[in-house]
Write a protein that binds this ligand. Structure first.
Ligand SMILES: C[S@@+](CC[C@H](N)C(=O)[O-])C[C@H]1O[C@@H](n2cnc3c(N)ncnc32)[C@H](O)[C@@H]1O
Length: 292
């Protein structure tokens, strides 16, 4: 991974390997940005005729017509700038930022030499999955990383990207639902997930109690399948404070939250944690069940 030309990353090649998810959003933003640019240019070039046109709606009040035309022209110009900015941020977040964050996530796991099993939840086309596999390859590990995704076609394209990156022998892809992980308790040394958890339960609506419960269930599942002493790293949009609270409730150790990173025009953070090597149950306490 990390194709380089004279020491710099070849983004064109990385875009070619992974493509852009939700292309329709990018296209929508660009079309609207162009439309608003054209509209604001029309306001600029034909300002006087537009004022005359507005005047016919404003009882021949010339001052009000000029103000309205100027106001609409300014709003369309500002909208065009915002839409271009949004499109650029989306384009950057779709691949380069994901790539950078994947490297940061891998870097936040201290020791890869002892990692035999890793899991990527909602692996998509595998930017993070392949970064983990590349790390396993670099450290000469005999370990493997499992990419779990509910879409069979996605897992097939993920395997193709792993092949292109030359890490296919370190990657296994599995079709499944993260809400009921098809793995036994305490199985993985590392569990990672990027820009995924916020999508779980969105069929209930992002801000509903049901969606929050689904996200917490997935976090509980991630903790369940982690070995004692195992490390979890989650990078996600918007809901990270909620994950931190849940991880604290589940008594995870070394919970660290990264500085804010703007991704897809919203705030995002990376949170890492360690599952306690031993969980002592004090008097009057009940053993925690990771499933919620
Ligand atoms: C936004 S993509 C994340 C891609 C990847 N983590 C990355 O950083 O490139 C979300 C992926 O999660 C998968 N997914 C959504 N809901 C899922 C579920 N309940 N169980 C497993 N995978 C799911 C989708 O098929 C999609 O490929």
């Amino acid at each position: 991974m990390g194709k380089t030309t004279n020491g710099t990353r070849d983004w064109a090649q990385i875009y070619a390997i992974y493509g852009i998810e939700q292309k329709h959003t990018l296209i929508f933003l660009i079309i609207n940005a162009i439309a608003f640019s054209v509209l604001s240019t029309v306001f600029f070039i034909y300002f006087n005729p537009i004022c005359v046109f507005f005047q016919s709606f404003l009882f021949s009040n010339a001052a009000a017509a000029r103000f309205s035309a100027g106001f609409f022209g300014a709003v369309t110009a500002i909208s065009a700038v915002c839409l271009f900015f949004a499109a650029a941020n989306f384009f950057y977040s779709a691949v380069p930022l994901r790539y950078e964050m994947a490297q940061r996530m891998v870097g936040s796991v201290g020791d890869w030499s002892s990692v035999k099993t890793a899991l990527d939840l909602g692996c998509g086309r595998g930017i993070l999955l392949n970064a983990v596999a590349t790390q396993l390859k670099k450290t000469g590990s005999s370990g493997r990383v499992v990419g779990l995704d509910r879409s069979m076609s996605t897992t097939l394209s993920t395997l193709r990207t792993a092949h292109i990156e030359g890490v296919q022998e370190y990657v296994t892809c599995r079709e499944g639902d993260v809400r009921r992980l098809p793995f036994s308790d305490n199985y993985f040394d590392v569990v990672v997930s990027a820009v995924f958890l916020h999508t779980v339960g969105k069929e209930y609506g992002q801000k509903t109690v049901e969606a929050a419960a689904e996200r917490m269930r997935v976090l509980g599942e991630a903790v369940r399948v982690l070995k004692p002493g195992g490390v979890g790293v989650v990078w996600d949009l918007v809901h990270v404070p909620e994950y931190v609270r849940r991880l604290q409730e589940l008594r995870m150790e070394e919970i660290r939250v990264s500085k804010r990173v703007t991704a897809f025009m919203v705030k995002s953070h990376m949170v890492s944690f360690k599952k306690p090597s031993q969980h002592f149950v004090g008097s009057g306490e009940v053993r925690l069940d990771w499933r919620c």
